[in-house]
Design a protein around this ligand. Sequence first.
Ligand code: GLY
Length: 372
Amino acid sequence: MTEIVHVGLEGRAYDIHIGAGLLDRAGDLIGPLLHRPRVAIVTDETVAELHLDMLCEGLDRSGIARVAMALPAGEATKSWPHFERVVEWLLEQKIERNDVVIALGGGVIGDLVGFAAAVLRRGVRFVQVPTSLLAQVDSSVGGKTGINAPQGKNLIGAFHQPSLVLADTAVLDTLTERDYLAGYGEVVKYGLLGDYDYFQWLEEYASCAAAGDMDARNHIVKRAVEMKAEIVMRDETEQGDRALLNLGHTFCHALEAATHYDGSRLLHGEGVAIGCALAFDLSARLGLCPQEDPTRVRAHLRDMKMKAELVNIYGELPDVDGLIGLMAQDKKVQDGKLRFILARGIGEAFITSDVPPDAVRAVLADALAARG
Ligand code: GLY
């Protein structure tokens, strides 16, 4: 069964379809957007091998012609040289203002292709076909697009909403367990930030979804996407509430920088999961949430066999001052003050710049001390 979540942004509204087997139906679903039966697909080499044929067959069935380009897989692709290559290739393929570009892949491809679509001929429409759990529940929805700069991640980009998102939950079967669970770090974030019942449901059923139960998997993706859509409709360009989606991310970005963005040590979603646990430590230390909450958050992460604390990151980490220094470089610094997403309980996150630095230091000192 396919679920549909509508993102009702005025003039930029679109649907997110969630279900198994959507690649096969891509022609039916994308066809109505097209002025002529031709699209350009941008993907990466790993995803191309696994899923490009299926997408092409889905388009063929509706008589939609396509050209396709595959970039190297990995974060390094989210950069000016590959961006330039994609934009020039789309121009060579004579993609016109009324055409549609398809981004088939995880967060790197979605962000890069979305940004290319935003600037090509001053903006063409694009369809997100996310193939990782992280992209299905987070990066393919909401219109943040962009690439990394030498100065930091995601520093160059634009808000450009997709015209359609096809989250085919069957493709998640091809993810490694580690990649699936890293994406799950973003899933658990939604329960923690705004829906206690969802978190409770995850405690009970998320392991079934990880083991391949499609109904459970569809529910996981649908509820996360619904929450993201609600937040994006309230605050598309992150003037306020959208920052709630950054729960765990201030800690996460410092840990990613500390591990030199080396995915063998820490994937983004793993950093989000650890960051969420640290945000609950900080909230409990400040007396904002019950003392049991951080323990409950970690218990669930451990049940899912996920990284839950700094002890789980192998290799050297900076000391407290080093980590604080990395946090201070975060995009969320405003007027020199760090903005944190803290919680009054599970499902009750809020945004604040009013966090005593000593409390942050104490949380990090405890977390580092546990590494021995
Ligand atoms: N990934 C956070 C956001 O879309 O705002």
